[in-house]
Design a protein around this ligand. Structure first.
Ligand code: DGT
Ligand code: CA
Ligand code: CA
Ligand code: ZN
Length: 562
């Protein structure tokens, strides 16, 4: 689908219209059209072919013509004309609040500033003071800082480490901070860190923390700070008696809060960040549990608070008993020095034993994963001797003989069926084929999943969060294929993978597909990553029964034998 591409085109045209001094209405119309196309469930190309563009809200004749021209030729004559009217780099500068077309033109044309990054460097070193005036250059500098703080989302483990450090720092001054926001909900990336305290001194204490580069604002109940890496931190001070309500508000998500507030209204109550009120009287707010129970709801774990039906479920008593870290009894994807891991099998296995596991699978790559030093049949047979020796020594702990088998261009696997069946378990992966169409990729996946030797699919989309979007698979078909052939899908727990993600893992489980949560560790340290996969599973509403590696060894082997 080219929807996102067309949306980006339209929003670029909106900016260029503004830069060219066209009316605000026209620019706003393009911006709205960009949002409409970006949020479309149907393929914009198909829609254009069927002549349906003009029926979309906000898409009139002019915009529709531009989109059709773009889809047919890859270019828009009108866009080219708009580009010619604007000095190079000026549009990029207009992303900074407070830089309008005039200032952007001047900076780009007269001072050769072509990007926000360069502008920031110039301002940091005291340049452009004369051109902009001191007040304006300070203001713009602050805006850039906020903008950059807002743009880059960081991966969960990084945000977690930064937050933990602040919590410890504050504690050393006798002040308690609690984590709220997306970090508490266990989202895979975090836009900013939200912290709650009951102690007003926290506002000042955090301002003096070494990793805080700047205090953006500090009131009597709220503060905002920017860390040296550009990440923003919001601090909220709760009042006595309103701790739980503040925590609930600040944990979010926004969508969840909206659902909670409207439920409260339906009962003639008012819920806000200070408490739950009946008339002017606070009837709950000290604890989250108190607020939920006063509203007649089960407790909703933070991971479920995304506005995805959890409030309804809590009303009906249907909040699931979510899977926990300690439910996981073994780890079924990891690599050793035989392929691209850094540790010996024995080191991985003994570390896993210390974590309390009953089994692991060593799943080195098959030979066509050349960059990852994939193994041939002969090399696997040698590896199995090492595994057999280890199993003699480590029993009852068990090292399973696994493989991460590469899916070929046509959906075939590296080894014949007979050899594959000698493994204890076979995972398939699609590391290749980025250029392929969604259809072709999906066919490959479906074919691999219907292979009789295959037990599970590793990191199904092969995305890398923030770096690579992942295969444009038709995951509905992949899930259906997995269900039909009794194959499991994996939540790869590497924090920059988390693949399948929460939304699709939930769909898979609802369709009756079994899930694995695996570390995909390439070193001993990385075995601990499983907990990020568990968080994703919880966000996917998964219970222990949905996750196959919560089974004991015997039960797992029985299941694999089927
Ligand atoms: P993030 O930072 O983008 O990863 O996601 P959040 O969920 O941490 O969002 P953030 O930091 O903007 O706000 C933290 C929580 O505060 C959010 O989940 C819900 C609550 N909140 C903030 N602004 C609003 C608002 O305008 N309306 C409502 N209902 N809640 C809000
Ligand atoms: Ca946040
Ligand atoms: Ca925030
Ligand atoms: Zn892999």
């Amino acid at each position: 689908m080219r929807n996102q591409e067309v949306a980006a085109l339209l929003s670029r045209m909106a900016l260029l219209l503004e830069a060219n001094g066209e009316s605000r209405f026209k620019s706003a119309a393009y911006q709205k059209a960009a949002r409409v196309v970006g949020g479309l469930a149907d393929d914009v190309e198909g829609l254009a072919r069927a002549g349906g563009l003009r029926e979309l809200p906000g898409i009139g004749e002019g915009i529709a013509k531009n989109v059709e021209e773009y889809l047919a030729t890859g270019r828009v004559e009108y866009l080219d004309r708009l580009e010619r009217g604007v000095p190079e780099g000026a549009v990029a500068l207009m992303a900074v609040p407070g830089i309008g077309p005039k200032t952007a033109f001047r900076l780009a044309r007269d001072h050769g500033i072509r990007s926000v990054e360069v502008l920031r460097k110039e301002l940091d070193s005291g340049g452009l003071r004369d051109a902009l005036g001191k007040g304006a250059s300070d203001r713009i500098r602050a805006e850039i800082e906020t903008l950059q703080a807002g743009l880059g989302r960081v991966l969960l483990p990084e945000a977690e480490a930064l937050a933990q450090d602040m919590v410890s720092y504050a504690r050393s001054s006798g002040c308690t901070l609690e984590v709220a926001g997306s970090l508490r909900r266990g989202r895979e990336t975090v836009g900013d860190i939200d912290l709650l305290s009951l102690d007003g001194r926290a506002l000042e204490i955090l301002g003096g923390y070494g990793n805080v580069a700047r205090t953006l604002e500090r009131g009597s109940r709220k503060g905002s700070y920017v860390l040296h890496n550009g990440l923003r931190v919001d601090l909220l001070v709760a009042e006595r008696g309103g701790h739980g309500a503040a925590m609930m508000h600040f944990t979010g998500s926004r969508e969840h809060n909206v659902a909670m507030r409207s439920l409260a209204l339906g009962k003639g109550l008012r819920l806000n960040e200070y408490g739950l009120y009946e008339g002017g009287v606070r009837v709950a707010g000290e604890t989250e549990e108190g607020v939920f129970s006063e509203l007649g709801l089960q407790y909703i774990p933070p991971e479920l608070r995304e506005g995805r039906g959890e409030v309804e479920a809590a009303k009906d008593g249907h909040i699931p008993e979510l899977v926990k870290g300690k439910d996981v009894r073994g780890d079924l994807q990891m690599h050793s020095r035989w392929s691209d891991g850094t540790a010996e099998i024995e080191a991985m296995a003994t570390a896993a034993m210390e974590m309390g596991y009953e089994y692991v699978a060593i799943t080195d790559h098959s030979f066509s994963a050349r960059l990852a030093h994939g193994l041939s049949e002969e090399r696997f047979k040698e590896q199995w001797k090492e595994v057999d020796g280890l199993n003699d020594r480590l029993a009852p702990f068990r090292v399973l003989k696994g493989v991460e088998a590469e899916v070929g261009g046509d959906g075939g696997l590296d080894f014949g069926r007979e050899f594959l069946d000698e493994f204890d378990l076979v995972g398939v992966s699609m590391h290749q084929g980025y250029g392929q169409s969604a259809e072709k990729l999906t066919e490959r996946a479906v074919r691999a999943l219907s292979h009789p030797s295959v037990d599970y699919m590793c990191h199904p989309t092969n995305r890398l969060i923030g770096t690579r979007r992942g295969h444009m698979l038709d995951l509905r078909r992949v899930i259906a294929a997995a269900r039909d052939s009794g194959v499991m899908l994996e939540i790869d727990a590497q924090p920059n993978r988390l693949d399948l993600d929460d939304v699709w893992s939930r769909k898979a489980a609802e369709e009756g597909v079994g899930m694995f949560i695996d570390s995909d560790a390439h070193s001993v340290d990385q075995l601990e990553n499983v907990r990020f996969g568990v968080l994703t599973a919880r966000r996917a509403w998964l219970e222990k029964k949905h996750v196959a590696n919560t089974r004991g060894l015997k039960s797992l082997l029985r299941m694999l034998a089927r």
